[in-house]
Design a protein around this ligand. Sequence first.
Ligand code: DON
Length: 304
Amino acid sequence: MVDLADAARRVLDAIRPHIGEGKVATYIPALGNVDPHQFGFAVAGIDGTVHGAGDQDVRFSLQSVSKVFTLALALSRGDEAIWRRVHREPSGTAFNSLFQLEFEHGIPRNPLINAGAIVVTDQLLAETGDALGLLRDLLRAETGNPDLDVDRVIAASESETGHRNRALAHLMASFGNMRNPVEQTLDHYFRQCSITVSVTELARAGLLLARHGLQADGSRLLSPQDARRVVSIMLTCGAYDAAGEFAYRIGLPCKSGVGGGILAIVPDRCAVAAWGPGLDAQGNSVTATLALGTFGSITGWSIF
Ligand code: DON
């Protein structure tokens, strides 16, 4: 029997000497203002009980972790058409890389790199008229925080400096793979990345996938098959060009964000969230990556 409260404490003890390692993302200037000497860890058991350690209640920018939830929302609509607009293969390239997208005729490799996530948001926006609103409502329900919202300073900073995302979106538009005007979709995309959460909240939200698509109120968002599909894409694509290294070191499906957060899923057992603002060269948090590896060693849990 694994004691999750004890595991969370032991993870913090192991990570303490590493707190502050890595480089805070500065390509989105507002993210550069975050104090790197912070670390939070939380694990939400399948029964909903959360055990945390460190800066477990400090909010940070969700960034690319949001892509998992927009993908879940798109699949929850039973809309297989999304798979004509985005593939499901790991890219082996950086999350904001452009060159592969041109070779592959404007169809992104997967929904967790920026281009793919922009397509998913575009699809949700075209189908529902409010991609950000849907995501915010889902995350409010699943985190249990009715005030969860976008950090407007970060959203503005992302938009001001979002040249690469604009380039990706315009390239896709040139291949006929955008359904809304580029700026409209990007407005939703920038804001979805700028939602703030704590690790406690993120671990709770991750239970949606650990419970195979069941929401906190017991209703079903995703079929078990679609929940499994989302988790499989996290494993193969959730850490970009470090996805292989993550599978090797951590052995769990993960999704990282440049805010320093990583969400990991242990199906049927728990959802784990770790956060430290300092990143490695691939844009994955140094301490959150270490923490998830440590958690795996302590519990012996892996999908392999
Ligand atoms: O679009 C971007 O570049 C950011 N809003 C999100 C990138 C991100 O989090 C990549 N993760 N490691």
